[in-house]
Write a protein that binds this ligand. Structure first.
Ligand SMILES: CC(C)(COP(=O)(O)OP(=O)(O)OC[C@H]1O[C@@H](n2cnc3c(N)ncnc32)[C@H](O)[C@@H]1OP(=O)(O)O)[C@@H](O)C(=O)NCCC(=O)NCCS
Length: 343
C-alpha cells in the first residue's frame, strides 16, 4: 500500500475579522401588533425584543452575505483571493440547489474557494466555525469565511402569536485563519432529534406544492398560508434554560476557562429571558459583557451570534483580544458552544 503524504495545516485557528449587515427597514413592535392580539409591553417583557430588521427585495440572502463578508474580510486585513473556503449557514435561502455559498464566493472574488451551505438552525454559526477550524488545521484552506444569514421574515406567520414578534433578518460573517496559539476552544456540540417537533416548518414544501387546501393551514382571509417556522415556545424555553447552560459550562471547562477569566458572553439571541437565566446559572461575574442584540435585531437564527459579536466590538462594549463564550441552539434540536478570542 503506498504511503500518502499527510496534509499540512496550521497548528491552530482564530477569528481574524467580523462583519455584519442589518437590513435598512427597522420594524417596531407596533407593526407586529397589526396582525396579533398582543402589546408592546408583553413582547418587550416576555422576549426583550423592541425592534427587528426586515429585508426588502434587494436584500437577498446572497446580497446581505456579500455585504457582511466584505466587512469581515476588510476587518481581517486579507484579500478575498486568499479565502479557500466559504461556509454559509442558513435555513431561509429558497433555492434548494446550487448552494448560495458558491454565488457569494464568486461575487466576493475569491479564487475558486470551496463553497457549501449547511443547515443547523440557530446553532449554524458554531457548526460553521467548527468546520472552518478543522479545515485550517487540516490544511485544506488557509482562510475560511463563515457566514450566518437569514431572511426569517419570509418564513414568519404574522398571524401566529407565538412567533410573529420573534424573528428578524440579517447576515453576520467572520474570517477564520491560521494561528500559532489556540484561539478557538474545543466545541461542545450535539443534537437531540427526539425533540425535532418543537421547532419546525409548518408544512413541508412538497405538501405545500400539492396544495391540498383541506389539510393546509389557512390565514384569516381563507388563503393557504405560506410555510412558516413554528415552535412550542415553552418547551424550547425550558430546554434552552436548563440544558444549554450545562453545555455552555462544558465549553468553558473544555477550554480550561473559569467564568472569572471570561470577558464576554455571546449566546444565541433568541429571548432576553433565556440570556438572563443562563447568566445566572453560569454565575457569570459582573465584569462579563453580555450580548443583548436581541432587543433591536430579534432572533436572526444563524446570523445572531456574528451580528451580536460585530455590534459589541463596534460599540466598544467588547474589544479585540477579549475571551468570549459563544453558544448557539435551536431547531433540530441542535447546539454548539465554544470559547473564542475576539478578532
Ligand atoms: C415565545 C415565548 C416568548 C412565549 O413566552 P411564554 O412566557 O412562554 O408564553 P406562553 O406561551 O407560556 O403564554 C403565556 C400567556 O401569554 C399569552 N400569550 C402568548 N403569546 C402572546 C402574545 N404574543 N401576546 C400576548 N400574550 C400572549 C398566552 O395566551 C398565555 O396566556 P394565559 O396565561 O392567559 O394562558 C417564549 O416561550 C420563548 O421565548 N420561547 C423560546 C423561543 C425561542 O427561543 N425560540 C428559538 C430558539 S432557537
Amino acid at each position: 500500500m503506498p504511503k500518502l503524504k499527510p496534509s499540512k495545516g496550521a497548528p491552530y485557528a482564530r477569528i481574524l475579522g467580523v462583519g455584519g449587515y442589518r437590513p435598512t427597514r427597522v420594524v417596531p413592535n407596533e407593526v407586529i401588533l397589526e396582525k396579533i392580539d398582543s402589546s408592546d409591553e408583553w413582547i418587550r417583557s416576555r422576549s426583550g425584543i423592541e425592534t427587528r430588521h426586515w429585508a426588502n427585495d434587494e436584500e437577498t440572502v446572497a446580497a446581505m452575505s456579500v455585504e457582511a463578508s466584505g466587512k469581515a474580510i476588510a476587518d481581517a486585513g486579507i484579500s478575498a483571493e486568499q479565502i479557500g473556503g466559504v461556509i454559509v449557514s442558513t435555513v431561509s435561502h429558497f433555492k434548494q440547489t446550487p448552494a448560495v455559498a458558491t454565488e457569494i464566493a464568486d461575487k466576493l472574488g475569491t479564487n475558486k474557494a470551496a463553497a457549501f451551505d449547511i443547515s443547523a438552525g440557530c446553532a449554524g454559526f458554531g457548526y460553521g466555525l467548527t468546520l472552518a477550524k478543522g479545515m485550517i488545521v487540516e490544511g485544506s484552506a488557509e482562510y475560511v469565511l463563515v457566514i450566518g444569514v437569514e431572511r426569517l421574515s419570509d418564513l414568519t406567520d404574522l398571524e401566529d402569536r407565538a412567533t410573529a414578534f420573534l424573528f428578524g433578518d440579517g447576515a453576520g460573517a467572520v474570517v477564520v485563519g491560521p494561528s500559532q496559539e489556540p484561539h478557538i476552544g474545543p466545541t461542545v456540540w450535539g443534537s437531540e432529534g427526539d425533540k425535532s417537533e418543537t421547532i419546525k416548518q409548518t408544512v413541508p414544501w412538497n405538501e405545500f406544492r400539492i396544495g391540498n387546501v383541506a389539510e393546509l393551514p389557512l390565514d384569516s382571509e381563507g388563503n393557504v398560508k405560506f410555510p412558516a417556522i413554528t415552535q412550542e415556545g415553552q418547551a424550547v424555553f425550558r430546554w434552552a434554560v436548563f440544558e444549554m447552560a450545562k453545555v455552555a459550562q462544558q465549553a468553558l471547562d473544555a477550554a480550561g476557562i473559569t467564568p472569572d477569566e471570561l470577558d464576554v458572553f455571546i449566546p444565541h439571541q433568541a429571548n432576553e429571558r433565556i440570556i438572563d437565566s443562563m447568566v445566572k446559572t453560569l454565575k457569570l461575574p459582573e465584569h462579563v459583557t453580555v450580548a443583548r442584540d436581541v432587543r433591536t435585531t430579534g432572533n436572526t437564527s444563524a446570523a445572531s451570534i456574528p451580528l451580536a459579536m460585530e455590534r459589541l466590538l463596534a460599540t466598544g462594549e467588547a474589544k479585540s483580544g477579549d475571551t468570549a463564550l459563544v453558544i448557539g441552539f435551536g431547531a433540530g434540536l441542535v447546539y454548539a458552544a465554544t470559547v473564542v478570542t475576539l478578532p
